[in-house]
Design a protein around this ligand. Structure first.
Ligand code: KG4
Ligand code: ZN
Length: 344
């Protein structure tokens, strides 16, 4: 045994989309190593190209593994269990991580659990805030998902609502592309929105006129398109693009905040957790913080590096599942959809 100590050490792998990530978590709480390798190749195409993502994982995963072990200063023999994202996501990308994890588990003789990517996002605040005071509500808002979930206890999740079309991050990415801001769009829109007026355009607040927690962002994206069509051909003045960015962001933020408030009212939960790449958005964090404070609700927002796709959150959930004695058999497979993951 190395200086890592005698605690249980979980090795986690995340390859569900375009980030290759490896983490080592000791005793379910102490992050000994965390490596996230992005894939710049997709910038050329303005979006993630599935086959290129799989191929990049194939070459990056062994390097990320080596880097994580070096960061922690130990060896694979110290690992007591493994966790890998197996659903949902790009199947070709998930397969790389699952195959790698299965081979490692077999050769090390250690248990492996398959982790639902969405379950990991909704628990990711636990890495800094510890165990949740359950029940809690979680908003998972990323490039592929926009879901409001109620968590009565660890291992259980009830869907309160979800987007009916585009995910919020997808809307950020598509609007950014339309504005010529590049990929991924969320950070670019947030940066430019700081220069713009949030009330310059009266974009719709989708689904707020309907009961429940479902969301929709494709109409909002279309409304932005109409506003731009009326502005003549590009290039548009920077101030005008900034106004569009600020007004669009305000519409997304207000919609998400109102739906979170509804979810809290429906469940009576006093804790709200955020997860997913869009949870990096400063305007969303501030607006939710203000609203939660006025409601007396505790808001738990992960650091940006735990909001985006990362293996630390996979390790956090994996450590708890392994501690419950769970272990996947050889049939563990990758699945693209949420239903296939069994959590929905
Ligand atoms: O969770 P994530 O890394 O990957 C997915 O599972 O999708 O989220 C990526 C998404 C992208 O759509 C990106 O534009 C968005 O999160 N995003 C943001 C911000 N940072 C990342 N959206 C709004 N504001 C941000 N600051
Ligand atoms: Zn994600």
């Amino acid at each position: 045994m190395t200086e890592w100590g005698a605690g249980r050490l979980v090795l986690a792998i995340e390859t569900s989309c375009d980030d290759t990530s490896v983490a080592l978590l000791e005793d379910g709480a102490r992050l000994r190593a965390h490596v996230v390798a992005g894939q710049d190749v997709h910038r050329l195409y303005g979006g993630v190209v599935p086959e290129l993502a799989s191929r990049a994982h194939l070459t990056q995963l062994p390097l990320a593994m080596r880097a994580a072990l070096d960061e922690a200063g130990g060896s694979l023999e110290d690992v007591t269990g493994l966790a890998v994202t197996h659903a949902p996501g790009l199947v070709g990308s998930l397969v790389i991580g699952v195959a790698y994890a299965k081979a490692l588990a077999l050769s090390l003789g250690r248990p492996l659990v398959g982790i639902d990517h969405i379950e990991a996002h909704l628990h990711s605040a636990g890495l800094e805030h510890g165990e949740a005071a359950e029940p809690f509500v979680a908003l998972v808002v990323s490039g592929g998902h926009t879901e409001l979930v109620s968590v009565p206890r660890f291992g259980e999740a009830h869907w309160l609502g979800a987007t009916l079309d585009d995910a919020a991050g997808e809307a950020f990415d598509k609007v950014a592309k339309r504005l010529g801001l590049g990929f991924p769009g969320g950070p670019a829109i947030e940066a430019l929105a700081r220069e713009g007026r949030a009330d310059a355009f009266a974009f719709p607040r989708p689904m707020l006129d309907r009961p429940g927690c479902d969301l929709s962002f494709s109409g909002l994206k279309t409304a932005v398109g109409h506003a731009l069509a009326g502005a003549g051909p590009p290039p548009w003045p920077r101030a005008q693009v900034a106004d569009v960015a600020a007004s669009f962001q305000a519409a997304v933020v207000e919609t998400l905040v109102e739906k979170c408030v509804r979810a809290l009212a429906m469940t009576g939960a006093r804790v709200l957790r955020l997860g997913g790449g869009v949870a990096c958005n400063g305007a969303l964090r501030v607006a939710l913080g203000t609203r939660c404070e006025s409601l007396g609700v505790t808001l738990q927002v992960p650091a940006p590096r735990f909001c985006v796709d990362n293996a630390a959150m996979i390790a956090w959930v994996g450590a708890r599942r392994l501690a419950r004695g769970e272990a996947a058999g050889p049939e563990l497979d990758a699945a693209s959809s949420l239903e296939a993951s069994g959590l929905a």
